[in-house]
Design a protein around this ligand. Sequence first.
Ligand code: SAM
Length: 200
Amino acid sequence: MFDRIAPVYDAMNRLMTAGLDRRWRAETAAAVVRPGDRVLDACCGTGDLAVACARAGGKITGLDFSERMLARARRKSSEVEWVQGDALALPFESGSFDAATVGFGVRNLADLEAGLVELRRVLRPGGRLAPFYRVWFDRIVPLLGKILPGGGAYTYLPASVRRFPGPEDLVKLMRSAGFGETGYRLFAGGIVALHTGVAE
Ligand SMILES: C[S@@+](CC[C@H](N)C(=O)[O-])C[C@H]1O[C@@H](n2cnc3c(N)ncnc32)[C@H](O)[C@@H]1O
């Protein structure tokens, strides 16, 4: 599915967030990235969050399993290391990163709990995680699929995208996966939630 929507992904994102996603990405990077940090941006897609993390001074690895999304990401930065791989079986040693981010990607993980555990594994103890996601995605997508050019691609969604926990539930799942100091902020009147946690 993501290979198929790669050509329209950035335009759809700007439209669906009225351009606010740029600010959310900068805030996400500011929340967890310190200069010199080794940072994993998992489910990096076309790379905008990875690039925001690089601007915050991190040494970034962007990972996605869609080669077409990665092809677009590669055009945006040659400083970021772009890796094709599965977020549920990350091709990195345990404790390899100081921080990890996931932009609009946790919804797409076929197994959210396993994904969080895997992110915890590749972070060093004390490493910071910041995923953000659209809280109401499942309600607005059918509408956008009808009205936006190319939006039809979004009407085909895996079941995992439709059944997603609310912000409080995601906090609980992060705790079960081994994160402490968990919390979240809501953006744009509660449309988007940015969670943070520290690997224990
Ligand atoms: C909604 S896009 C988000 C892209 C980008 N992070 C952003 O902020 O715009 C979700 C991405 O997650 C990727 N993805 C989903 N499951 C994955 C997995 N198990 N491993 C790697 N990438 C995955 C998809 O290929 C897609 O590029």
